[in-house]
Design a protein around this ligand. Sequence first.
Ligand SMILES: Nc1nc2c(ncn2[C@@H]2O[C@H](COP(=O)(O)OP(=O)(O)OP(=O)(O)O)[C@@H](O)[C@H]2O)c(=O)[nH]1
Length: 750
Amino acid sequence: MGLEDNSNISSSAYSYGKNGKGGNNSTSLNSNQDDFMMLTKQLIEVRNILKTVNQNCSALQLPSIVVIGSQSSGKSSVLEAIVGHEFLPKGNNMVTRRPIELTLVHTPNAEEEYGEFPEIGINNVTDFTQIQRTLSDLNMSVSESECISTDPIELKIYSPTVPDLTLIDLPGYIQVINRKQPPILKRKIVELCDRYIVEPNIILAISSADVDLANSEALTHSRKVDPYGKRTIGVITKMDLVDPEKGVDLLINNDYPLELGYVGMVCKPPGKSGFSRQLSLTQKSDQYFRSNPIFHQPDVQVGLTALKKRLTTILEENMGQNLYGIVDAVQNELEEVRYQYKVQYNDRHITAESYTADIMDTLKHQFKEFSNNFGKAEVREEIQNMLEEKIMEICKELYYDDPKVAAFPSLCLKDLVWKSKVDMSSAALTKSGIGRATTQLVVDIVLDELREIASKEPFTYHESTCDKIIDFSSKLLKKKFHTTVDQVENTIKPLKFEVECTDLEWERGKERAINLVDRHIQESQKKLQDIRSQVGRRKLRTAVKYLRHQNQKKINSHKPVTPTPTPKKEETKPSDETLIPEQLSTSLDNLEEEEEAQILKKEMTKPRQYNPILIEKAKEAMELRKEIAVLKGRAAALRSRQCSGSNGKSCCPEAFLSVISQKLANSAVMFIQIELLNEFMFQFPREVDNKLYYDLSREQVNQFACENPTIRRHIELQKRKDALELVMDKLVYLVRRQNELIRRKELNSK
Ligand SMILES: Nc1nc2c(ncn2[C@@H]2O[C@H](COP(=O)(O)OP(=O)(O)OP(=O)(O)O)[C@@H](O)[C@H]2O)c(=O)[nH]1
């Protein structure tokens, strides 16, 4: 727009100022102005939508009005005059440290004016001193050493008296740095302003009337990026501080011409503390100019009304010019996003709610699979396995660790001490808190399974949800824990006193016992093998021999010194029945003995320091050998005739205990199933729905879904596509209106 157009607008603005009402424009002009307002409003909306999805794409940016000027030039006063309220931070201590992005929303039918800070979620603030305080706090969050932050504060003001505008308030240029300010501050402010005075933004260059325009920082900086003033509006503040003639000279400025011209302002008449109410503010601001005819010239634009009108018109024109470019940019962006959406997600629409519901279904489904595979038979098997380990512990304590265990098979029916051990062992098994142990075992299995589910995708993304699952499951199980324990204990009570056993039960028990002992032999052999591989066969053998030698030395030193009778030949090697375990295991090494005798001899004559870890391993290996030997003996006994029937139970404690363990497991499983598991399996899916889905707010559901990065990206792209489609709809409508407007203008001008 050239100066010719400016004069039109200024005269209409002035005529508005003169009668203080709506002026004398024609109806068609009014409707055109409404259309202009509508375009600006809609484009500001579009701009805000685009901002939510496309912060970094300059092609999609719509213009804002950027306010620049030196400190105390009157920037805040102008902005406050436009808004009609004091709301900007005041003080000497560099109160503007962050850009303030101010969106003014004209709400013609609303009675209330209010502000909101969308980014920090503060809404509906009707008290403008509260807005001022919040702005101060947000500015002061930037430390003095940091001086300036580029992170903008977003503020929206809704009012029936503001025009639709987007303004950006920036810290004032510093002319002379004071002692307290860091030297870098001046440059930082220039850099910050430079970021904002770029195209397509409109520059509102504020200069004070009482300062020579040659020294105006605002004009100096704006001219660097907009030499002809095509997008710079000059505002001369404090017009009351200079003679009206000089003021008018400044406005019809030929020294520093701007295509968009200058507007003169008086925001604070001399002697007044400031304005507080919108209506009086506009009136008082314009009053100064009304009272002096020198300002009643067509080329002179003065007063708040003129400024507001000028800003909305220029912003609207600028947005109108940008409209087609924006449409193209949005169209391109939308096509790209649609393509990505198709390629990456096959146009599959997803919501945080649908994802959350899917996850819960997956969880319930996996749990159902587990519960189907964890029926009575499986629970019984688990309990029996646990009891078998207990059997081995009991046998180890009562039988295997007994130094005379080798003699057990021959004495088990005759020797009272050995005979009584079978009752001791059955008592140990039945009285060992079976109720608690079995219930706890099942609880642990259920919780372990849930942890297992939680350890896989997609649950790995939702750590706190997994914690919740474990938490409410533990609580559900805990509720039933004690009753289940009591029930199990009650049912197994009779087994504590007497255990009857049929032939079939004995056979099964024996079979399990044989398997159990065989399994333990294999496990011990595996451990021994591992030690051999870790240490090395030869090294281990030498260390074992060394230990044996040491043991023997100890035994000899404790023996009374009596002449040793020469043993008879057959006594030198004990019979298998009387072999103690160590000797038994030693006999396994006969083949290797020759080979190592030499090394050992050397070791004994020239003692050396053995690695303590090697010694530990050697001790462990000796224990294992001993254990394997005993277990092999027990496996043979269980397979022998001695254990063919239950009457040989005192010779076959493993088989007898296995019979008892089967009976215990049968009784326990029934109550664990009824009291604990059935209830839990029924409750779990309901708790999932209640605690993990229905209880969540919309925001929490969103948060949950976005914990999964794939879903977050999917939702973001979808949001972007939705927003761009919405923007595109609005733009298509605006283009139609704009074309209509141009057509009408052309008709009017004919
Ligand atoms: N006489 C007179 N004084 C004014 C006018 N406008 C503003 N002032 C005064 O000038 C001083 C600076 O005004 P501000 O609006 O705070 O200026 P600013 O550019 O925002 O200052 P900084 O925030 O320091 O950058 C204040 O004391 C105002 O009261 C005016 O039109 N006439």
